[in-house]
Design a binder for this molecule. Sequence first.
Ligand code: GRF
Length: 199
Amino acid sequence: MSSNKVHLAIFASGAGSNAKKIIGHFNHHPGITVSLIVCNKPGAGVLKIAADHNIPFLTIEKETFFRGNAYIDELRAYNINFIVLAGFLWKIPEKLIKAYQGNIINIHPALLPKYGGKGMYGSFVHEAVIRDKETQSGITIHFVDELYDHGDHILQVTCPVYPSDTPALLAQRIHALEHEYFPATVEKVVMEKKNAGAL
Ligand code: GRF
């Protein structure tokens, strides 16, 4: 019965490959369903993914997100009780964090606390890692608080960085890790909360 399920919203600004993996993972899942895609970029690839999977989407704009209701009423109208950020580039306003306290998670394509914060997204992250001659990078899945890339860590997974790497090559390796670990981690966190009666 879908009313007993946890309803996820995925927030994404880009291509949406992680969103796609998460949608696939929860297809026919007994306890969790992806009910909404939220996107701040008209024309972003993730919107086509939503349409292909018959998932409703909400295209949001800055004024309402940062100075209005942060779309909390709309999220409630879709019964959303957990938010997954998968390549969403805007900072989450305090109002929304309070409304979903402890129930928002993000994935970052590096080993936080290094290579995080404002401006550290996409290829900027991988360029910085390579420029600093790091020998490993990876992914961080973490709870979201008021600061960029700052909340408690849930999982980190590492991968090597090779001297011959380009940002594009490293990005591919990181994306593969994200696709492997993010859906299952979302499931684990959500089901633990659900079973504890916290969702
Ligand atoms: C991922 O690398 C994620 O870590 C970062 O943005 C990227 C999104 O990729 N926050 P995609 O849109 O899921 O393909």
